[in-house]
Design a protein around this ligand. Structure first.
Ligand SMILES: Cc1ncc(COP(=O)(O)O)c(C=O)c1O
Length: 385
């Protein structure tokens, strides 16, 4: 006999996106288009601020909800963007976007409760409720990869507590239009639901400001949890800093939870994050220009391929084309088989669409060094001929 882990833990699986990124290939020059992180380094000010924090010994335990200067800055930005009065009491600094989402769920969901997740969706949205013996209720993907508010309404039950919104989206790369987001906001109000708004790609939009629930209707600040992260916005994936902006009661519940778990996000990383928010915008503008070039090249290459249909790539970092025509053309079984084929024959690492709840697609991360992207797109073309 030996002691057992619980049923939820026994059923756990590693993140499929991280698995694909780490995929092995015998190809002599593999190129990964699988990772969900920008390839460029963070702004230099980030490392300078971290070094200064270390040199000055600002490395001891700090406040659980995070540096007050950082929380105040995030609150001020949120208030300016959305028009909703926001203070540091509404903001908690977390060790990245993932724990921000999970901690919010831990403070809201009871076993058996449901969160509506429009597909396609980042697999973490489907996994996190399971850890709480709650359920992600998925709404099938539309061909344009944008959510259908009527189908979301139809998926709500008496156990629904939360509607998840993710715009710009992973893996869709789509920015949800104002009318669809507004209809979802209205639905949340009518049914008295939380809106969990994952906005970690907000600042990577290439089509102007992405409509956010709270900017559409500042009144829904009382039912909206905004999850943000420094990971994608400032290329700070490994620094592990994110934020939750939420009603004060929820923010203080998350703080209580963190005081029993992580204590707080890494102090040095928080000083680095504060420095990132103090930039004058030049770094962000030039990185968006780089993203635009990468996106345009990827879209042009995908559009030129028969059997591939792309309904847009509005934002960092992804394109999520329909490749079902390609799959049947070459007589492969599914998107997993096509990705395996491209890995073996071309050394290209891509993530199959099925784990995102949209089969017959793959996710292509175009934010890699531009010469490598050109090489990768050339190989995609070669695979098609
Ligand atoms: C939609 C979405 N939310 C949140 C995250 C989490 O980012 P992090 O935990 O690095 O802040 C990711 C990372 O891929 C993501 O794609």
């Amino acid at each position: 006999m030996s002691p057992r882990i619980n049923r939820v833990a026994a059923d756990a699986r590693p993140s499929p996106t991280m698995g694909a990124a780490a995929g092995k290939t015998s190809h002599e020059d593999p190129i990964s288009l699988a990772v969900g992180e920008p390839s460029d380094p963070p702004p230099p000010e980030v490392a300078t601020a971290a070094e200064r924090a270390i040199a000055e010994g600002r490395t001891r335990y700090g406040a659980v909800p995070g540096l007050i200067a950082l929380r105040e800055r995030v609150a001020a930005d949120h208030a300016e963007r959305t028009g909703a009065p926001t203070s540091a009491d509404n903001v908690v600094v977390t060790a990245g976007g993932k724990p921000a989402l999970m901690d919010a769920l831990r403070c809201i969901l009871e076993p058996g409760d449901e969160m509506i997740v429009p597909l396609p969706a980042w697999p973490t949205f489907l996994d996190q409720p399971r850890w709480l013996s709650a359920k992600a209720v998925t709404v099938p993907a539309e061909p344009d990869l944008l959510p259908d508010p009527d189908r979301i309404a139809a998926a709500c039950t008496g156990r629904t507590k939360i509607i998840l919104v993710n715009s710009p989206g992973n893996p869709s790369g789509r920015v949800w239009p104002h009318d669809r987001m507004a209809a979802i906001v209205e639905l949340a109000k009518q049914r008295d639901l939380w809106l969990l708004s994952d906005e970690v790609y907000r600042d990577l939009s290439l089509v102007g400001p992405a409509p956010e629930p709270v900017s559409i209707d500042p009144e829904v600040a009382s039912r909206t949890i905004v999850v943000d992260s420094f990971s994608k916005r400032f290329s700070m994936t490994g620094w592990r800093v994110g934020t939750v902006t939420a009603p004060a009661e929820l923010a203080s519940a998350i703080t209580a939870l963190m005081s029993s778990t992580v204590t707080h996000a890494c102090a040095v990383s928080q000083y680095a994050a504060l420095a990132a928010l103090g930039l004058d915008g030049t770094w962000e503008a030039s990185r968006l220009e780089r993203h635009r070039r990468c996106r345009d090249r990827a879209v042009a290459a995908l559009d030129a391929l028969d059997g591939v249909a792309l309904s847009g790539s509005d934002s960092g970092l992804y394109a999520f084309p329909d490749v079902s025509g390609w799959i049947s053309e070459v007589g492969l079984e599914d998107d997993h088989a096509l990705c395996a084929h491209l890995k073996d024959t071309q050394g290209l690492l891509l993530v199959p669409g099925t784990p995102f709840g949209a089969s017959g697609r793959f996710r292509l991360s175009w934010s890699i060094a531009e010469d490598r992207l050109d090489e990768a797109l050339g190989r995609l073309r070669a695979a098609k001929t």
